[in-house]
Design a protein around this ligand. Sequence first.
Ligand code: C2E
Ligand code: MG
Ligand code: MG
Ligand code: MG
Length: 279
Amino acid sequence: HADLAMYQAKESGRNTVRFFDPEMHAAVVQRVALEQDLRTALQEGQLRLFYQPQVDAQGRIVGAEALVRWSHPRRGLVSPSAFIPLAEDTGLILPLGQWVLQTACTQLARWATEPGREQLTLAVNISGRQLRQTDFVAQVLQALQQTGAPAHRLKLELTESLLLDDPEDAITKMSALKAHGVGFSLDDFGTGYSSLAYLRQLPLSQLKIDQSFVHNLVTDPRATAIVRTIVTLADSLGLNVIAEGVETQEQREHLARNGCHTCQGYLYGRPGPVEELMR
Ligand code: C2E
Ligand code: MG
Ligand code: MG
Ligand code: MG
């Protein structure tokens, strides 16, 4: 039986034999169950796309970020942190990512035909495994074509660590999509390890200030210094800048004083169904 299986662990230089930890076993079983559930979720359409507003200096909604949710029949709404890592490990992120892209582009195409909403942009998170697919560029272009969504209103969010995996491949793919008008935002910016020389080579359109800096802004002068540095960097590279995780008016004013005028966060709205965003 699996929970009686033994494994050997080398501890402080000598071999010790341990019994398989039942808790560890339970975790493995749960993970396998979750993986099976996620497959079912994809097949049976249990995923939802939520939208969180992004606002400009005047407080007008200029776009949204699409954030996936899993409407689980027993667990209720499951947040992406609970299943995106698993989806990445198992490769399920590929069909999941395709679904997100297709659904987001369908929404974007709809806005393009609605009076007053033509200008809205939509940001979509892309995982490393998705970007590394050889036909990634074709997949994005196909989603745009099939739905009729305007390419220049689509923004793909990438993280620094993802780009550092294989910078040349990333740059090639980003450039190809940029030629069609697709924009790129560097998510969670400030938490990674990008060098300035390297940043300059990336065909980005936006830096997204990580929410950790926003949260500490009012109390920690170092957070302010970092925000100011990111804004200056964005300016000198000709990029837009947006702050995420803005929860208070004080944070918003602080950001504005330091040159960041586009914001996203609970202060303006939580991620929710598209109808909520439209209201
Ligand atoms: P992210 O792209 O950095 O998204 C921002 C996260 O911050 C979201 O969490 C959002 O709900 C949350 N947030 C927004 N405003 C506030 C605020 O004012 N305060 C606080 N405390 N949090 C705020 P969420 O939706 O749970 O997503 C977590 C992460 O999961 C995302 O981080 C992204 O990395 C990933 N993710 C979400 N949707 C997708 C997707 O469709 N594809 C992929 N590959 N990853 C996704
Ligand atoms: Mg994001
Ligand atoms: Mg982020
Ligand atoms: Mg994140």
